[in-house]
Design a protein around this ligand. Structure first.
Ligand SMILES: [Cu+2]
Length: 332
């Protein structure tokens, strides 16, 4: 689970009072660090803009990094070059997973997260599962201050067993970690699915991908710009606005095939990790990828091979339907 503070709708007011601006809380909830983190985020956004200006449009070339899960694990390179990177995630395991990158504060590693961040989240979840949500959310007071300085920088969304998903993001050099916090029997996968990855200065000369369909995420919902045709399609996911939702995280988007027995109410309810049934395997739908949460102003690209049929585009937030963050698309 992430470094952003966990908050329930119940605990939201308390946590926000302690943490400052809600919009900033996805990047930092320590007032002393707010300015630094904001600057950093602004710098990242402007660097990305520069890169977009300077680099030629992609001529189909990609820099692909393969990630593989065979169980509760990640197999990936220790180092990847900065720039536009396509993360191709092979889920060779029997459970749904994802691969979320976080840019860690200087000097921090996945080991620090394992020791100081994962345990309070698991204890919180255990208490929520035991019917003690207030005590559970209180556990998140135990999170170390540095954890709030991590910045989620996207990555492949939910991927069903046996599927391969591709998500392209722009990565600045730095020390990152990759994690999955799906749950099995109430236990976050993060206990094992949490690895360091270093993004190095050696920038690769690959342009920004070209999209077939634009997807826009604002605080008012998700919008899909065009009709979607069957075949291999690339979606540009624009994080036009970002906010802290009731479960303590920003929004994102995941794509699920709707088949005969897919229950969209069940899919919507599954999107809240702080619910005992939320993010618990087996997933209620066959997910084929997505774009994990990023700060406002960033864009991620999802490339997916779509068969004709219906698909749900849904954000991993509490109450995605009420928030306009669950859209059904007919692919023809
Ligand atoms: Cu997982």
């Amino acid at each position: 689970m992430g470094r952003t503070r966990l908050v329930s709708a119940v605990a939201l007011a308390t946590v926000l009072a302690a943490c400052g601006e809600p919009e900033e809380a996805t990047m930092t909830d320590e007032p002393a660090d707010e300015a630094d983190a904001s600057d950093e985020a602004a710098e990242e956004a402007s660097t990305e803009d520069d890169a977009e200006d300077e680099e030629p449009a992609s001529d189909g070339e990609e820099h692909v990094i393969d990630l593989v899960s065979r169980g509760h694990d990640f197999d990936l390179p220790e180092e990847i070059p900065s720039g536009w990177v396509t993360l191709r995630y092979h889920n060779d395991s029997p459970e749904t997973h994802f691969a979320l990158l976080a840019d860690l504060p200087d000097g921090r590693t996945a080991e620090d997260s394992r020791e100081e961040v994962v345990p309070p989240f698991q204890e919180a979840m255990d208490l929520i599962n035991e019917g003690e949500p207030e005590e559970g959310f209180a556990m998140l007071e135990e999170l170390p201050a540095w954890s709030a300085e991590s910045v989620y920088m996207g990555g492949p969304g939910f991927v069903a067993p046996g599927e391969v998903a591709e998500t392209t993001v722009y990565l600045e050099p730095g020390d990152y970690q990759v994690e999955c916090y799906i749950k099995t029997d109430g236990r976050f996968h993060t206990a094992h699915m949490l690895e360091d990855v270093s993004v190095t200065e050696g920038s690769v000369d690959v342009g920004e991908p070209e999209a077939d369909v634009e997807v826009t995420l604002t605080n008012d919902g998700l919008e899909i710009g065009d009709d979607v045709e069957a075949g291999e399609r690339t979606f540009a996911v624009h994080f036009e606005e970002q906010m802290l939702h009731g479960h303590g995280l920003g929004h994102d988007v995941h794509i699920a095939r709707i088949v005969g027995d897919t229950d969209l109410d069940e899919v919507a309810a599954w999107m809240n990790w702080a619910d005992p049934d939320g993010l618990e395997v087996p997933a209620p739908a066959e997910f084929v990828g997505g774009a994990q949460t990023m700060p406002e102003g960033h864009t991620a690209y999802i490339t997916v091979d779509l068969e004709p049929g219906e698909y749900a585009f849904v954000a991993e937030v509490d109450e995605p339907r009420a928030k306009g963050m669950l859209e059904v698309v007919t692919v023809e």
